[in-house]
Design a protein around this ligand. Structure first.
Ligand code: WT7
Length: 688
């Protein structure tokens, strides 16, 4: 994060106590929950786990042998049973699970009873395709109801799902399928997006043509049209082909519709060990190779269940809408497992917020009576840019609580969200967590916490976060944390502690923590457990203020946060040097008003590569093809050399300074200081 943005955070001193009307019916009203959890975190988490259905009880709540944690050891349960069957058994079969809206306007209201049937049929289809317990199933679908169904069907039979976001390219899909060794791929003919179709099946075919030897069957959801047909785009203006009829591979490709039509709804939930793997989800790391984050069942379900209930103040009549796609962890934890374990009613939406118009989100909220909205700062900033007229067109009075996730939210966006979307009456929960933590770690509790715009406030009860210095010294301001408790009790003038800045660390194991990186235990230790001798390293900078409030300050490693998505600088660099004309590339995230960070690439061309006008566009397209459109660089700077330290490490901080047009810092460790000066000159020239 840039110094300017950081400055804006540190100056923020507005505070918003929970509104009286909200507190009156809030689920959690007493700060005592923090003290109880702190006194005995393990029993506290056990009390949450006991609210789930277990086929067999655990004998040991926590086995901790750093970095390996096991929660609820010996217990047997099934995640799908807890998210679906137990609600139907409890008489909630008619309760709406999903209000699923397609971008093309189709709306389906799906009760829990129907989820149970659909998931059971799909689970039987998976079995008929040869999937058994422990097998990996890759899911590459648009954000339609069948995506959660697919995840739950895997969980039901003990298969491990690996969802790949529909915006990823064939190459990225291939890499993830191969790393996980997936047996079956679930995809769709396409998904509606921005009035057109994302041709998922065609991309999947390409992935399978360049690799993926372990895939034996491809189940294809008929979402947009029949094979080989042309369908009307949602905006009615263009005809888009789905995929070639000839691309249907007999023996490998299976029609979802046909397979499900003849499947039985009888499919018992497989009793699983608490520590069996529920899923793998790939996230970017500091190297080019994505990490397959492994989550287990008992602990993960416990923490997603607990955090959904308390952070989003779950009330049975709520209509919850988390706008994330299930291709990201937010969709895993706060579309599928957390809300569904609580029998929540949810909206899911397939497409973009500006199709057919920029008021789409607000129309959805009005149409379905959404009460709790969970979205990302980048979306909020985009809405700000579009203007208030769009939300003003709609009745948003059903909203009572707002959430934010994915990156630090700047106070300006926070206040806009609060006023324009929340009408000044809805508390905002700014939730910090990661793919690796599985569930929310730092967040307000909306009935207790006085919020400050830009701060995720306090660790969730039962979670212990610390501020560390580079050398591993714990400088967490105890005084500050106590000050927070006084704030929480509504006492005036809490003693202000000392403000501390450093690196975030997590000192105690938590139930939803990652259990490893798929197939790479050495990397697991190296990335997360080697920075500090006895704590988890999430890769984020943090400041704790005098009241004990945590302010997350962005990544301290080589991971960029572009529109709230993790993208590694190395991954984009490898995609660039994969282009025949590129000799070397360095990539950094520069501050961007809408996306949080934008991708700036510094490229050295190979001798003899002509500097054609179309080259920047060609390089961007190349990255989109290698990784996906989300990783496309925003700026490409051609240069003759890159600033490196004497040991040959690219000085990214310096490139960031150049890309953001700031004065240059100390360059004495540079091998050739002239390089930066010429880079900066070139940059200013481009800007001018
Ligand atoms: C990184 C994790 C959590 C699901 C979506 C992203 C950043 C996330 C916040 C927040 C400040 C945040 C962190 C984190 N981040 N939420 N509320 N405030 N930063 O999951 O792709 O695994 O990314 O997102 O830098 O490490 P992810």
């Amino acid at each position: 994060m840039s110094q300017q943005t950081l400055g804006a955070y540190l100056d923020e001193d507005r505070a918003f106590p929970p509104p009286t009307a909200f507190v009156a019916s809030a689920r959690v009203r007493k700060p005592q929950v923090y003290r109880d959890a702190m006194a005995d975190p393990v029993s506290y988490w056990e009390s949450w786990a006991k609210q789930l259905d277990w086929f067999e009880a655990w004998h040991t709540a926590l086995r901790w042998n750093l970095p390996d944690a096991q929660w609820f050891v010996g217990g047997k349960l099934n995640a799908c049973h807890n998210c679906v069957d137990r609600h139907v058994a409890a008489g909630l079969g008619e309760k709406t699970a999903f209000l699923a809206e397609g971008e093309n306007g189709d709306v389906r209201s799906i009760p829990y009873r129907q989820v149970q049937d659909e998931v059971s049929k799909l689970a039987n289809v998976l079995k008929s395709l040869g999937v058994t317990k422990g097998d990996r199933v890759c899911v590459y679908l648009p954000m339609v109801a069948e995506l959660p169904f697919a995840m739950l069907a895997c969980a039901r039979i003990g298969a491990i799902h690996s969802v790949v976001f529909g915006g990823f390219s064939a190459e990225a899909l291939r890499e993830r399928i191969e790393d996980a060794g997936a047996k079956v791929l679930l995809t769709a003919d396409g998904g509606w997006r921005r009035g057109g179709v994302t041709p998922l099946k065609a991309i999947a075919d390409e992935a399978l043509s360049i690799g993926c030897p372990t895939i034996s069957k491809v189940l294809v959801l008929e979402r947009v049209g029949a094979p080989g047909s042309t369908v009307q785009a949602a905006n009615g203006t263009k005809l888009v082909p789905t995929y070639e009829a000839g691309a249907w591979r007999e023996g490998r490709d299976v029609s979802w519709k046909e397979a499900v039509a003849s499947a039985s709804t009888d499919c018992p939930c497989e009793p699983m060990d608490s520590e069996d793997t529920l899923y793998i989800l790939y996230t970017s790391g500091s190297t080019g190779k994505p990490k397959g984050i492994v989550h287990s069942i008992g602990g993960y379900l416990t923490q997603t269940y607990a955090t959904y209930q308390w952070v989003f103040d779950h009330q049975p009549e709520d209509v919850f809408w988390c706008t994330a796609d299930c291709g990201w962890v937010t969709g895993h934890s706060y579309v599928v497992y957390g809300p569904m374990a609580n029998a929540a009613t949810q909206v899911i939406y397939e497409g973009t917020p500006d199709t057919p118009d920029k008021d789409r989100f607000w129309r959805i909220i009005e149409r379905h009576g959404v009460t709790v909205l969970y979205t990302a700062p980048t979306a909020i900033r985009t809405f700000m840019k579009w203007g208030e007229e769009y939300p003003r067109r709609c009745d948003l009075s059903s909203l009572r609580l707002l959430g934010s996730v994915g990156e630090p939210i700047n106070p300006e966006a926070w206040v806009w969200y609060h006023e324009v979307i929340g009408g000044g009456r809805c508390p905002i929960v700014d939730t910090w967590w990661q793919t690796e933590t599985g569930a929310i770690m730092i967040s307000p509790l909306p009935g207790i916490t006085t919020t400050k715009p830009g701060s995720a406030t306090q660790p969730f009860p039962g979670i212990s976060c610390a501020v560390m210095l580079e050398g591993g010294e714990d400088v967490t301001p105890i005084q500050g944390a106590l000050g927070y408790m006084q704030c929480a009790r509504g006492e005036t003038a809490p003693a202000r502690g000392e403000e501390r800045g450093g690196i975030l660390a997590i000192r105690q194991p938590w139930p939803g923590m990652l259990r490893g990186i798929w197939g790479d235990p050495a990397r697991f230790r190296d990335v997360y457990w080697s920075k500090f001798p006895d704590a988890y390293f999430p890769g984020d900078g943090v400041k704790v203020d005098g009241d004990g409030y945590f302010w997350l300050l962005g990544r301290v490693d080589d991971v960029m946060l572009v529109s709230g998505h993790n993208i590694s600088t190395m991954e984009v660099e490898s995609a660039l040097v994969d282009h025949q004309g590129v000799a070397e590339a360095a990539v950094i995230g520069r501050a961007d008003a809408i996306k949080g960070q934008a991708i700036a690439a510094f490229v050295i061309l190979k001798a003899g590569t002509p500097m054609a006008d179309g080259l920047p566009a060609e390089l961007k397209a190349h990255v989109a093809q290698k990784i996906g459109p989300i990783a496309k660089p925003d700026d490409i700077h051609f240069c003759a050399d890159l600033p490196k330290t004497r040991s040959g490490k690219i000085m990214r901080r310096l490139l960031r300074d150049v890309a953001e047009g700031r004065a240059l810092g100390d360059t004495t460790t540079l091998a050739d200081p002239a390089v930066v000066a010429s880079l900066k000159e070139r940059y200013e020239h481009l800007e001018g």
